[in-house]
Design a protein around this ligand. Structure first.
Ligand code: PXP
Length: 257
């Protein structure tokens, strides 16, 4: 079954609303690990709207599973990644005006830059993941960079309004996963996933990790961080088990609560 990596950015969003010390994203990370998370992810944005440099340093010291650091592909961020030395660096596009990471990284259009950044991060001993749209050209470009993993952007699937759109987006992700597997690329996915839409994604063959943040933090506000993480791990397991008995369309229709 795909492993769950919990993104704790929005614990820091709540803290930054008051610029005080609570809630502490490090505390949330430890609770997520206790509840079955296989990794902790955070995004150090250029505008520092949620996670701060100090959080990454403290997470690096405290996380017992694996720390994944999302960054934009800029000199400042690459230097910080070298300093923090997380288990995996996840290169993502960043636009200051956006509310969240809106699309995948244009690897095909910035091949040399991404290739250089990938080589540099790997030389410092980190795994490198590229966050891309489920698109063949981007997958093939990602392969050329030598990145260890690609993360498929599931935002379009998560935001689809009609059943028809949702199925089309799911099929796009499945086709990309198949293409990546045939290319021997390691595959993760994430963005916009929640307890209602995660099962059809967890049923896709070849996915190793799901990176999920906002919905877990939102649920945790009501039920607590451990329970919110545990319920997501259970939903991923259930989705993966459904894959042997049902088609993707059936899972989408009947098991997305
Ligand atoms: N994966 C990547 C690369 C992301 O940038 C984000 C958002 O920070 C996520 C996964 C998690 O998205 P969400 O918070 O919608 O679960």
């Amino acid at each position: 079954m795909p492993k769950l990596c919990v993104n704790i950015d929005h614990v820091a969003t709540v803290r930054q609303a008051r610029c005080i010390s609570e809630p502490d994203p490090v505390h949330a990370a430890l609770l997520a690990e206790l509840a079955g998370a296989s990794g902790i992810t955070c995004h150090l944005r250029e505008d520092r709207r949620h996670i701060q440099d100090q959080d990454v340093a403290r997470l690096k010291q405290s996380v017992k599973t694996r720390l994944n650091l999302e960054i934009a592909c800029t000199e400042e961020m690459l230097e910080l990644a070298e300093q923090f030395a997380p288990h995996m660096v996840m290169l993502v596009p960043e636009n200051r005006q956006e509310i969240t990471t809106e699309g995948g990284l244009d690897v095909a259009g910035n091949l040399q830059r991404v290739k250089d950044a990938t080589r540099r991060m790997k030389q410092s001993g980190m795994l490198v993941s590229l966050f891309i749209d489920p698109d063949r050209a981007q997958l093939d470009a990602a392969r050329e960079t030598g990145a260890d993993v690609i993360e498929l952007h599931t935002g379009a699937y998560a935001n689809a309004i009609t059943d028809q759109e949702r199925l089309a987006e799911l099929e796009r992700i499945e086709a990309a996963a198949l293409h990546a597997t045939m290319n021997d690329q390691k595959l993760n996915a994430g963005h916009g996933l929640n307890l209602r839409n995660v099962k059809p994604i967890a049923a896709i063959k070849g996915l190793r990790e799901l990176h999920i943040g906002h919905s877990i933090v939102s649920h945790a506000v009501l039920v607590g961080f451990e329970r919110a993480t545990r319920e997501m791990v259970d939903a991923i397991r259930e989705g993966e088990q459904l894959a042997s008995r049902y088609t993707a369309e059936q899972i989408l229709q009947h098991f997305s609560a």
